[in-house]
Ligand binder design. Sequence first.
Ligand SMILES: *Cc1c(COP(=O)(O)O)cnc(C)c1O
Length: 425
Amino acid sequence: MSQFSYKAGVLHAEDAALSAIAEQFGTPTYVYSKAALLANFAAYADACQGRDALVCYAMKANSNLAILDLLARQGAGFDIVSGGELKRVLAAGGDPQKVIFSGVGKSVEEMRLALSHDILCFNVESIPELHRLNEVAGSMGKKARISLRVNPNVDAKTHPYIATGLKANKFGVAFDDALATYRTAAQLPHLDVAGIDCHIGSQLLDDAPLLEALDRLIELIDQLSAEGIELHHLDIGGGIGIDYRVEGEKAPVPVGDYLGRLFAKIDAWRTARHNGKGIKVIFEPGRSIVGDAGVLLTKVEFIKHGEEKNFCIVDAAMNDMARPALYEAWMDMQPVVQRDVATASYDIVGPICESGDWLARDRSLAVEAGDLLVMHTAGAYGMTMASNYNTRGRAAEVIVDGTVPHLVRQREKAEDLYALESVLK
Ligand SMILES: *Cc1c(COP(=O)(O)O)cnc(C)c1O
């Protein structure tokens, strides 16, 4: 059930009118529904009920402290990709012992920070990284728990920029090199070989590629076990897609169905080959937790009739939401107030001086200057990819709980943007 729906002709987030939110906080503003966020997390938590499983929210999708706090209270762990993200987890009161650290370029400082907080696991992506982590842990008198991010060479059938599990991608250790790399890791004195992980891509509408990746991880776990290297956890990554409301596109697999099939496969395997002894399962969902829990609220500045196209110029831009410019992503746009004005086809564009600055193309809308629009399904990879291009302060963020909108990030002011700069003496 969407938490964003029309009530008496006005689009609401839960029970708060988006028109009132625009009036109170201005535009552009990201508006999230607390109920949607919690329901999305519950879909994972419910399917994991009674199992040795951990849901580590991939916070690069949306790292607002209020969102981290809400999820941490539900028992979420976090998948981080930088030291900065770890500091956000700590600032939000999250448990560092439920943190896993992914990414191909972890610096010495980031490793030190993560080790000092005794994080659950480093997802290591290369042999040089193994050696660096071993050295850093040794210098601190610690042992680092690691898993290897294996590249299962499965085609996730998604956009090339968000497919990560193919041989040509920069991520992970090649499947054929995995055994040798584990042997190397097992020899290093300051590493504790704990698990295996993969992350094959994002916005997967079907779970078949994920289950195929699972088969490949199982193969490796058994081979390692035969060599006396016992893994304690299996991390299948994130990647489940969400419904961007694209006409004619099939609906994404429900999270509960996917997890049901995944656990059935794991249970059958453990029964057949490990005397029923379980293995901890870790998930790293990002988009499927926050994506449909948020919208981007924006105001129409001008309507411009060009020679070939009509433009609806809004106050949100590619610096606020990069997905269309970056991946040609299709995002659904709707007016906040349903009005009885002429419908026309528009390209919805921002004020930035780039032709790539568009949010949506060829959309039929009944709008006039001064109206409000929302971009749906904007909760993931929206605010976290925002920039200050054109010296535009980043949008405000609001979380709605029932009828009450809570401001969880103030709109940036121009002075904030150059506060760290100085002129030559
Ligand atoms: C981005 C990322 C995720 C989250 O992916 P979603 O498609 O948002 O679920 C999980 N794991 C890793 C390693 C990632 O880089």
